[in-house]
Design a binder for this molecule. Structure first.
Ligand SMILES: NC(=O)c1ccc[n+]([C@@H]2O[C@H](COP(=O)([O-])OP(=O)(O)OC[C@H]3O[C@@H](n4cnc5c(N)ncnc54)[C@H](OP(=O)(O)O)[C@@H]3O)[C@@H](O)[C@H]2O)c1
Length: 246
């Protein structure tokens, strides 16, 4: 990693994405972090300014046609295309399969999987030309072990793991690595709404005895972004306190 690197982190307004953006910026790379609203993007820029770090926020809506094109055009006009792409933005809206509406299925698959394909494809040009790059997809433990009420989320994340492996094979010849990081249960807005008894039952299944922090996940992403980990590709790296040992 160097100051010629540009990192694009989707969903950097809060939670895991914010910790990843902060960690990458502290490592000295230019970071562009996204939020779904203009106000969220401005809050990211303000945070970078306050911290004295190189980076800014830009709006990005993964669900809409043209969202990826608009984001990439914004980068091309300023920092240039990324050499480090972190596909982190995602949603989790639970529902048992019998009650799940087709549009809820489609929305989860669209934001958590199809949007990653659309954005990644548009981001490849610079990495291919410079024969270097890192693509890191934020997957989930649920893609590996499943969970009642999360068929759509689990399918999207398992799909993301498969996308990661296939793309790693496509891009290896250009010295671009592609990996997934699969968090377990992490303290963010996504897990905040879990009822207390559900939290306790998950916690009892975690050998390290606690939910993870956003920084626990970010540390793995920073590790994979470094020159020293250039021989790791096509992997799903689990950060889950031992809840699932693949
Ligand atoms: N938390 C966990 O326990 C956990 C476990 C396993 C995997 N993960 C994965 O880790 C990633 C981050 O999770 P998190 O817990 O940090 O989530 P979070 O706190 O809910 O934050 C989600 C982020 O994604 C952005 N986002 C949401 N919908 C979007 C859309 N349609 N287009 C573009 N951006 C959108 C949000 O932007 P706004 O702020 O503008 O809404 C926000 O920055 C996700 O892929 C999630 O599936 C999380």
């Amino acid at each position: 990693m160097s100051n010629t690197d540009v990192a694009l982190v989707t969903g950097a307004s809060r939670g895991i994405g914010r910790a990843i953006a902060a960690g990458l910026a502290r490592s000295g790379v230019q970071v562009v972090g996204t939020a779904t609203s203009a106000a969220g993007a401005e809050a990211i820029s303000a945070w970078f300014r306050e911290q004295g770090l190189g980076g800014r926020g830009v709006p990005y809506e993964a669900a809409i046609a043209g969202g990826a094109e608009a984001l990439v055009a914004e980068l091309e006009g300023k920092e240039g295309l990324p050499t480090i792409l972190v596909n982190n933005a995602g949603i989790a809206k639970d529902g048992l399969v019998l009650r799940l509406k087709p549009e809820e299925w489609d929305q989860t698959l669209n934001i958590n999987l199809s949007a990653v394909f659309r954005l990644t494809k548009l981001c490849l040009k610079r990495m291919l030309k410079e024969r270097r790059g890192r693509i890191i997809n934020i997957s989930s433990i649920i893609g590996s072990i499943g969970n009642a009420g999360q068929t759509h989320y689990s399918a999207a994340k398992a799909g993301l793991d498969g996308f990661t492996r296939a793309l790693a094979r496509e891009l290896a010849g250009r010295n671009i690595t592609v990996n997934a990081v699969a968090p377990g249960f992490i303290e963010t807005d996504m897990t905040q709404s879990l009822p207390e008894e559900v939290r306790r039952s998950y916690q009892a299944q975690i050998p390290l005895g606690r939910f993870g922090s956003a920084e626990d996940v970010a540390n793995m992403v920073i590790f994979l972004s470094q020159d020293a980990t250039g021989y790791v590709t096509g992997q799903t790296l689990h950060v889950n306190g031992g809840m699932y040992m693949g």
